[in-house]
Every structure is written in structure tokens, then in C-alpha cells.
Design a protein around this ligand. Structure first.
Ligand code: C2E
Ligand code: MG
Ligand code: MG
Length: 753
């Protein structure tokens, strides 16, 4: 190699442009080659001569060589010897692939130092320099070298020292050992990374031995469990067990690990401070260094908070926070499951849709906080009645739904609906000594008779509930297909009603009231009529509830009042002074609290005396919020307006309240009057109401009087006034005026004859 390079250096040095120069160059090269060969031959001869001068190897030298071979073989160390002047490396190592000491062969290599990685070279040179200059007793270095010459870097740990110096003490040779530490260095590197990862992990990591005793834990383990490593190492894994964790769970975990080599799951653990934490645990098997036994690496995550948050979210997503009942989404889930079960088992599922009657009025008048308390009490009442086995959900506002599973027939559902209605007969208590009567209206639908899917079942139950409201509230209705038509019709009517005032479709009719003491018509009741251009005559029983629901009743009510007083005013002027008019007032008009202002203004506008006006309110309207309504009523009364309680006997008015209200008149409901003379109960009730009214100094009127016998009974029992078809139907204003005049004249004729 060295020689070849020399020839090339000479050959390339010759000018090539000169003719015949190629031949001359060849000759010169051959000449140089000959010289070089001669020098080499001489060197070889000298070295042979030196060898022949060396004394023959003794027994002890051979023994030493043998020991060196053994040492190299057993330790895996390489021997190197570097000639600092000749810059040549002598390298010796035992063939490590040999299994028996007897066969050891030593591989030697002469030549250059194998390449050192450029990143490590400065440090190696620095170490070498400081040793050669006597600053360090030993040359020691760990660096990368390309030992195999194929470009792969091996980590080498080298040690050596100067072994020969010249007379001036300058180092001539340095020798020592080296060792390929790539594997251990990689392992150490990996170990360093692994421990760094373990240290910086936010999850607790525990290494357990084959008996599940702690061997090592990381800092996060200490943070999460409260135990320092010294407190757990050597102790069994069970030391962290909480009482919530059943003993068998560990057995199962061990079995799983034995079978699958890993286990993951959740376990309750006990912190050092006694607090229980829920941990998500991943356990993996790792063979120990010997490969003989298994170690277990456990990664623990404290998920207590996460679980709590999840549960809270799940709760919020599925439950109504006010009543703690399932909400709409959980209801649909449960209803779907109930239907799937019923389909499988050919069973039936009933849905009860419950709406509290006039709850909006309660909420508006008593305030939302009280409304909420009443809703909670109502929720508890429904759940108590149907039992824990049935789902009661709150959909929104005052709407509740009950899912009845495993029922035999529609009759079973009806029985439960009636039980709910009965349960609400007792007032709901919503605070200390605070009670209120609320009634439910219930709609019922049945799977599979009415619908196959939850949404349809709910929709049908809702429709049926509306029919229960339309049927007078405080009752239940079973869904039927005709109801859908009715519901649609209601919606169309409601929008038509909105235009009724501007289209001049509303009118008042007047029903005369006969005074039994004065034997003359002393007043009239104004009753609304709607002659719709699209639907013909719509009864007040149909459109008044619609107007109340939509709030239109405020406008319509004020219109009716103005219209009634204007009519009365003209009658007064047409010779009927002192005639009174009774006008019906709705809950919403009362709840607004400004009823007295509205009345005062219209009285002033129309110029009618307050004494000639009576306002009629039903029991349920007043009782929705007796205290607040009493204030409004007192304000009306102060104007001089009379106040009647209408349809008396159908609600739950307490006498105590009646006494406190500034009422002037009590109107016995036509339900009792209608049955007079053939129902002794109704006779008893009617006579009691008359007496009770008189004892409270109230004017008592019976409405719906249709027969002479009824009239006679009422006269006999001291009723003050009557109203009904026996006297007259409700009449248009002109007809009514005529009727009153003629009745008066007839009466005078009768009195005169
Ligand atoms: P109400 O105030 O109790 O009115 C008496 C109802 O009984 C009237 O029905 C009247 O026509 C009817 N009636 C009178 N005498 C007899 C009788 O001898 N036999 C029978 N079977 N019925 C008789 P109407 O006009 O259909 O009104 C029904 C309800 O609508 C009223 O009951 C009242 O609550 C409400 N209403 C009517 N007009 C108004 C109004 O201007 N405002 C408000 N808020 N409600 C009104
Ligand atoms: Mg009335
Ligand atoms: Mg009435």
C-alpha cells in the first residue's frame, strides 16, 4: 500500500505532453519500485536478524503468555500497544466466540488506530495529552470507535499508560487495555431514560416482585398515595387496599396476569392519610434480569376526581336538578328500554303525562322560589304514589311523566292515574305550615295500542293531557286518535282567536238576574260570544281557556269590561237606572295585580258608577294565591265594585279564606242547582251554601235555574237571586233591554192584578 502510493506519486509527477514521455515515466516508476523493494528486503532481513538475536522463549514466558491469553479471553478485554514514534498500533484480543479455554486463539492486528468518532476525538486527544505530559497517572477514556471498519460505532472503554520512554523521558510507547462497552452503555442509557421517564411521569409507578411486594416506586406514587418509597418497599401490594375493595378482586387480577401477562382495571386504594381514592391500574409483567422470574410494573392513576366529575356530568345530563327526578333524556332512554322489553315479552307500557293545573298562575303569583318548592313536593307526591319501581321524570316546568311497566291493561294505568289525582286531594306542603292545593291533569297512552316508539307515545300522552285540561282539568284522559284532530283544531282556533278582536268577531250577550226578594230584574251577567267567520260560533268553554293560555284574555277581558259598561251606561240612560252588570274575570287578569286600575279607568271612561258593577271570579282563580289576590280584590272593593265568587262549590275554597276576602256575592254552581228536587245531597249542599253565604253577609245567587221547582226550592230556602233559562237565556243587548223592560212591565201587571 505504502509502496503503491509512492509509485503513483512519482508517475503522476511526470509531464504528459512530452512525446515518448509515457515510456520514460514507466521506466522511472520501475526504477523507483526496485529501490523500494530493496529497502523493504533490507528491513525484513534486519527484523529476522533481530528475531534470531532474541533468546529462545522459556517455560515461564510461555506460562505468562498463556495467562495473558486466558486473561484476555475471560475478561473480554483487548490489549493494545501504540508506538508513538512509528504511530502504529499493535492490537491483541482473544477470540470471544470460542467456548473453551483450551482452544483460545489470540487475534492480533498491526496498523493504524481505528477511527475515533469526531465528537469524541477532542476529549480522547486531551486525555492522551495530559497523560503523556505526566498530568495524569493513567490514560482513561470512553469513546466511540469504528472497530470493525464498516462504519458502525462501538463504545470503547480504554485504559493505558506510558510503558517506554527515551533517555530524555519522552514517551515512546503507550499500552493498555480496551473493552467494547456498547451493550452495557446502551443498557445504562436505556436505564437512565427509563428512570427519568418514571421520575417525571404524573402517574404513580410501582415495581412489584414475584410475590407482589413493592421493589420500587416513583415520586408520583408518593404524591398520590402519601407513602415514601422507604415506607412501601418490601411490603405487599395489599397494604394500599381500601375496605371498599373486595379481597377476591386481587385473586382475579393475579389470575388474569398469569393468563394474559397484563391486567387493567379500577380499584379503590387507601392513601396514607386514610382517604380512599379510586385508581385506574395497568399491570404488566416484565421478566427480571435473570429471566427466571417475573416482576410486575403497575401504573396507577388517581381517577377519583375524574370519576366524580363524570358522575356529576352524568347526573346533570340525566337528572333534573330541582326535583332529582330523571330528565327528558333519561326518560327516553328508560322508555325505549321498557318498550324493547315489552316487545320481547309481549307486555304493555303506559305513559302518563301529568301537568299541574294552573301552575303558571301559582308561579307568577307566589314567585319562582315557592313555585320550585311546590314542584319538588309535587314530584315527591307522584313518585310516592306510583312507587319506586316506576320511572317518574320531570320534562319541564310543571310537566311530569310516569312510565308504567308490566301493566296488564289500560285499566291498570287508569287506576294509577286516578290514584295520582286522589293523592293530590291532600294539599302539598311547601314549607313550615304552608300548604297549597294543586290538581293534576293526566293524559295516558299505551304501548303497543297507541304507538310503537317512545316519541309517539309521549306525544299521544301529551295530547291526551290537553284533552284532560279541556275536559275541565283535574282529571285524566286516555289517548284516542280523534284527539289529534282536536289538538290540531285547538291550535288553529288559538291563532284565529288572535284575530277575533280586530275582525270584530267577539260580542257580549247578557243574561238577566232575577231578584227573588224584589221580584224584578236587578242585573245582568255579561257573557262573551265568539262568532268566528271561519268556524262559526265557538263556545266560551272552548275559547276562554285558549285565551287564558295565550295571555289574550287580558286584552279580551278589558274589552268585555268596557263593552259591558258601555252597554249598561246606555241602558241606564234608556230608563233602567240602577241596573247592575256582572262581568267575569280570569285568573290572569287578577294575577297581574293591576285589575283595580283597569277597572277604575274603564268605569271613568264609561261614566258608570262602581256600585253597578260586579266582578265574578271563580274559586280556583282566587285560591291560586289567596293572599296576593286578596290585596287586589280589596283594591277593587275600595272602588265600590261588588265581588262575586262564581261556580261556588266546585273548588276547595276554605271558609277561613272566604271570610277574609272582601266578597259581596256567592254564586251557587249550576251543577247543584240542576239536580235540585231530585238529589237530596245537592239540596242539602245548596241550602247549606245559602245559609253559609248569609252567615257571611253575602248575597247568594243560584245560577242555571231551569225549572219552576228549582225556583221554588231556592225561594223556600231564602236564596236572594236566580239566573237561568227559566228566566231567560243570555240575550243580545237590544233583546236583553227589551226583555228587562217587558219583564218589569209584566211583573207590574201581575202585581196590579
Ligand atoms: P259562568 O260565568 O258560570 O257563566 C254561566 C254560564 O252558564 C254561561 O255559559 C251561561 O250561558 C250558562 N247558563 C246560564 N243559565 C243556564 C241554564 O239555565 N242552564 C245551563 N245549562 N246553562 C246556563 P257560557 O256563556 O257558555 O259561559 C261559560 C263560562 O265561560 C262562564 O261561566 C264563564 O266562566 C266563562 N265566560 C263567559 N264570558 C266570559 C268573560 O267575559 N270573561 C271570562 N273570563 N270568562 C267568561
Ligand atoms: Mg259567571
Ligand atoms: Mg258560573
Amino acid at each position: 500500500m505504502l509502496f503503491a502510493s509512492a509509485a503513483v506519486i512519482v508517475a503522476t509527477a511526470m509531464p504528459t505532453a512530452f512525446p515518448g514521455s509515457r515510456v520514460i515515466a514507466m521506466m522511472v516508476a520501475l526504477l523507483v519500485l526496485a529501490v523500494v523493494l530493496a529497502i523493504a528486503a533490507q528491513r525484513y532481513w534486519q527484523s529476522r536478524q533481530r528475531e534470531s538475536l532474541e533468546p529462545p522463549r522459556t517455560e515461564s514466558q510461555r506460562e505468562r503468555d498463556e495467562h495473558l491469553k486466558l486473561a484476555l479471553w475471560a475478561s473480554g478485554e483487548h490489549f493494545w500497544d501504540y508506538d508513538l514514534i512509528g504511530r502504529r498500533m499493535h492490537h491483541m484480543r482473544a477470540d470471544e466466540s470460542i467456548a473453551h479455554s483450551a482452544e483460545i486463539t489470540v487475534l492480533t492486528r498491526q496498523g493504524d488506530v481505528p477511527p475515533i468518532h469526531e465528537l469524541d476525538l477532542p476529549l480522547v486527544m486531551e486525555r492522551l495529552r495530559s497523560h503523556l505530559q505526566g498530568e495524569t497517572p493513567l490514560f482513561m477514556s470512553e469513546h466511540r470507535m469504528d472497530l470493525s471498519g464498516n462504519g458502525t460505532w462501538a463504545w470503547v472503554r480504554a485504559r493505558g499508560r506510558v510503558v517506554e520512554r527515551d533517555l530524555q523521558g519522552r514517551p515512546l510507547r503507550i499500552a493498555g487495555t480496551a473493552r467494547d462497552i456498547t451493550a452495557s452503555r446502551n443498557a445504562e442509557y436505556e436505564h437512565r431514560i427509563a428512570s427519568e421517564v418514571m421520575r417525571s411521569m404524573s402517574e404513580a409507578v410501582a415495581v412489584l416482585d414475584w410475590d407482589y411486594n413493592f421493589i420500587a416506586v416513583n415520586q408520583a406514587f408518593t404524591r398520590i398515595t402519601g407513602y415514601a418509597d422507604t415506607e412501601v418497599i418490601g411490603k405487599p401490594m395489599e397494604m394500599l387496599d381500601s375496605g371498599q375493595q373486595d379481597a377476591a378482586s386481587h385473586e382475579r387480577m393475579r389470575e388474569d396476569i398469569g393468563r394474559d401477562g397484563r391486567w387493567s382495571g379500577e380499584m379503590w386504594k387507601l392513601r396514607k392519610d386514610g382517604e380512599e381514592i379510586l385508581c385506574k391500574i395497568e399491570t404488566n409483567v416484565v421478566p427480571d434480569a435473570s429471566g427466571q422470574r417475573n416482576l410486575y410494573v403497575q401504573v396507577l392513576n388517581d381517577i377519583t376526581e375524574q370519576k366524580r366529575a363524570e358522575q356529576e356530568l352524568r347526573y346533570l345530563a340525566n337528572y333534573d336538578t330541582l326535583t332529582s327526578l330523571p330528565n327528558r333524556s333519561l326518560l327516553s332512554e328508560r322508555l325505549s328500554r321498557a318498550i324493547v322489553r315489552a316487545r320481547r315479552e309481549s307486555g304493555k307500557v303506559a305513559v302518563l303525562f301529568i301537568d299541574l293545573d294552573r301552575f303558571k298562575d301559582i308561579n307568577d303569583s307566589l314567585g319562582h322560589a315557592t313555585g320550585d318548592r311546590i314542584l319538588r313536593a309535587a314530584a315527591a307526591r307522584v313518585q310516592q304514589t306510583v312507587g319506586a319501581q316506576h320511572t317518574v321524570a320531570r320534562l319541564s316546568g310543571d310537566e311530569f311523566t310516569v312510565v308504567l311497566e308490566d301493566i296488564g291493561s289500560m285499566e291498570d294505568a287508569e287506576v294509577i292515574a286516578q290514584q295520582i289525582i286522589d293523592a293530590f286531594m291532600l294539599p302539598l306542603s311547601f314549607g313550615e305550615r304552608l300548604e297549597l292545593s294543586v290538581s293534576p291533569s293526566i293524559g295516558i297512552s299505551l304501548y303497543p295500542d297507541h304507538a310503537q316508539v317512545p316519541t309517539d307515545l309521549l306525544k299521544h300522552a301529551d295530547t291526551a293531557m290537553y284533552q284532560a285540561k279541556a275536559a275541565g282539568r283535574h282529571t285524566y284522559q286516555v289517548y284516542s286518535e280523534t284527539m289529534d284532530e282536536k289538538t290540531r283544531h285547538r291550535a288553529i282556533l288559538a291563532s284565529a282567536l288572535r284575530r277575533a278582536l280586530e275582525r270584530d268577531e267577539l260580542a257580549l250577550v247578557f243574561q238577566p238576574r232575577l231578584s227573588l226578594t224584589e221580584h224584578r230584574i236587578t242585573g245582568v251577567e255579561a257573557l262573551l260570544r265568539w262568532e268566528s267567520k271561519d268556524f262559526g260560533e265557538v263556545s266560551p268553554g272552548q275559547f276562554i281557556p285558549l285565551a287564558e293560555e295565550s295571555g289574550l284574555i287580558l286584552e279580551i277581558g278589558a274589552w268585555a269590561l268596557r263593552q259591558a259598561l258601555m252597554t249598561l251606561h246606555s241602558w241606564h240612560q234608556q230608563g233602567l237606572p240602577g241596573l247592575t252588570v256582572a262581568v267575569n274575570v280570569s285568573a290572569l287578569q287578577l294575577q297581574r295585580g293591576d285589575l283595580s286600575d283597569v277597572v277604575a279607568q274603564i268605569l271613568e271612561e264609561t261614566g258608570v258608577s262602581a256600585r253597578c258593577l260586579e266582578l265574578e271570579l271563580t274559586e280556583s282563580v282566587i285560591m291560586a294565591n289567596p293572599e296576593k289576590n286578596a290585596d287586589t280584590l280589596r283594591a277593587c272593593r275600595r272602588l265600590g265594585v261588588s265581588l262575586a265568587i262564581d261556580d261556588f262549590g266546585t273548588g276547595y275554597s276554605s271558609l277561613a279564606y272566604l271570610k277574609r276576602l272582601p266578597l259581596t256575592t256567592l254564586k251557587i254552581d249550576q251543577e247543584f242547582v240542576g239536580d235540585l228536587t231530585h238529589d237530596t245531597d245537592d239540596e242539602a249542599i245548596t241550602s247549606t251554601i245559602i245559609n253559609m253565604g248569609h252567615s257571611l253577609s253575602l248575597n247568594v245567587i243560584a245560577e242555571g235555574v231551569e225549572t219552576a221547582a228549582q225556583l221554588q226550592f231556592l225561594r223556600d230556602h231564602g236564596c236572594d237571586e236566580i239566573q237561568g233559562h227559566w228566566i231567560s237565556h243570555a240575550l243580545a243587548p237590544d233583546a236583553c233591554l227589551r226583555f228587562i223592560r217587558e219583564y218589569g212591565m209584566g211583573h207590574e201587571i201581575a202585581a196590579a192584578s
